[in-house]
Design a protein around this ligand. Structure first.
Ligand code: DI6
Ligand code: FE
Length: 402
């Protein structure tokens, strides 16, 4: 069989589900054709007659699946530096929001930005992720909060996937906060989200999933349920910001809707986690927000393990609570702050992250049939990717076999 490219002399961390540990293969080969893996495994098990137009010698380097950042608010304008300094000076979130800070500040900046300005600033954050071997990234709207601006954010997210060799999956998060023109009238805003914004976004195929921020400072369980029902009516998968600051029952709701994922989960209880397990909902842990807000309540890792929940780790890149563009640092935080094991962290940015995006069949492991998305590292062992703080050992990034 003739394929396009073979990578040889590679130490593979295939991250395959059935394998022990990282699915490691000491002297491995990956062969790709038309952007997909045709063989990944031990050199002495290569199919007879396998040949390639080009062969690349990895010189014994470790190769993982391309990394996946499955929860970002990457497309946004402006920053929240002033708010950061105000908080350091002891100002409360409430006082900052009352003074026009918080999400509203980013909404104003994002609404004022043109599509090309938004693209340029977002590219800088995306390039930081690609530099660390990210090949798939999820990008949410949620700073427009009006159809024209939510559409603008999602169009920019789609354009990012055309500007760079990366797979972008988009999520409509119109239910992120109440915009100023609906101040004090959450119900009427949720009406607009469900009856005007979501149908338009869905029919224009600008979103691959729908999310909502179910928190006291966000939307109630009933309002969140309405958004998920509207998403279901338009055949869009759902995911939820659930249990970040309080237990509103959002993780249970995610299970009721067989959501792709429930994200944050610091305040999820065992009943909700058991319901998530029954419904096949993945967990997405976001240690950057926990770190930046100096939270104290960690997600219940022991319960997630007990119930066999796939656990992903992501940056939650956003200007207010997680201005983090390093997936490697997110792994270190997940280990250091949440006590995930090295293996759980590596699974969290590969196989489990793919699962959280509903893309477990096409990315997240080095297995035949999946996209040939890989990261080739200058490391002596994969654990270094979690252990080091602020060090990037990426040698090469491969997306769709290129
Ligand atoms: N969770 C958060 O922590 C952020 N959004 C969300 O859904 C906050 C967004 C911001 O402060 O800009
Ligand atoms: Fe978030």
């Amino acid at each position: 069989m003739l394929c396009d490219r073979i990578w040889r002399h590679a130490r593979l961390a295939t991250m395959a589900a059935g394998s022990a540990g990282l699915g490691a293969v000491e002297d491995g080969i990956v062969a790709a054709r038309d952007g997909r893996i045709v063989f990944a495994g031990a050199a002495d098990q290569v199919p007879v007659g396998l040949a390639a137009r080009e062969t690349i010698d990895c010189e014994g380097r470790w190769v993982t699946p391309g990394l996946i950042d499955c929860h970002t608010h990457l497309v946004h304008a402006g920053d929240r530096v002033r708010e950061f300094e105000q908080r350091l000076a002891g100002m409360s979130y409430q006082a900052i929001a009352a003074a026009g800070g918080g999400i509203a500040a980013t909404v104003n900046a994002t609404r004022a930005a043109s599509e090309s300005q938004l693209l340029q600033v977002s590219l800088s954050y995306l390039d930081a992720l690609l530099a660390e071997g990210v090949t798939t990234v999820e990008i949410k709207s949620g700073y427009g909060l009006a159809l024209v601006h939510e559409r603008k954010q999602l169009r920019v997210a789609r354009e990012l996937g055309r500007c760079r060799p990366v797979s972008v999956t988009t999520t409509f998060l119109g239910a992120h906060a109440v915009p100023p023109e609906f101040a004090g009238d959450q119900e009427r805003y949720i009406d607009t989200v469900c009856t005007t914004m979501l149908p338009a976004i869905a029919s224009e195929r600008l979103a691959d999933a729908v999310d909502a921020y179910c928190e006291r400072i966000g939307f109630s369980l009933a309002q969140t349920r309405r958004v998920l029902e509207a998403a279901r009516a338009w055949d869009l998968p759902v995911k939820l910001h659930a249990g970040q600051l309080s237990d509103m029952g959002a993780a249970q709701l995610a299970a009721q809707f067989s959501a792709l994922s429930a994200d944050h989960l610091e305040y999820a209880d065992e009943a909700a986690i058991a319901a998530m397990a029954r419904a096949g909902v993945a967990a997405v842990l976001l240690p950057g927000a926990y770190y930046f807000l100096r939270e104290t309540q960690r997600p219940p890792i022991d319960l997630l393990r007990k119930h066999g929940i796939p656990v992903a780790v992501a940056t939650d890149n956003n200007p207010g609570t997680s201005p983090l563009t390093s997936i490697l640092l997110a792994m270190n935080m997940a280990a250091t702050l949440f006590r995930l094991t090295v293996e759980e962290c590596l699974v969290g940015v590969t196989r489990a992250a793919a699962r959280a995006l509903g893309q477990g069949a096409s990315v997240g492991t080095l297995e035949a049939g999946k996209y040939c998305d890989m990261a080739i590292w200058d490391i002596a062992q994969p654990a270094e990717l979690v252990y080091r703080i602020g060090f990037n050992p990426l040698h090469k990034r491969v997306w769709r076999g290129q």
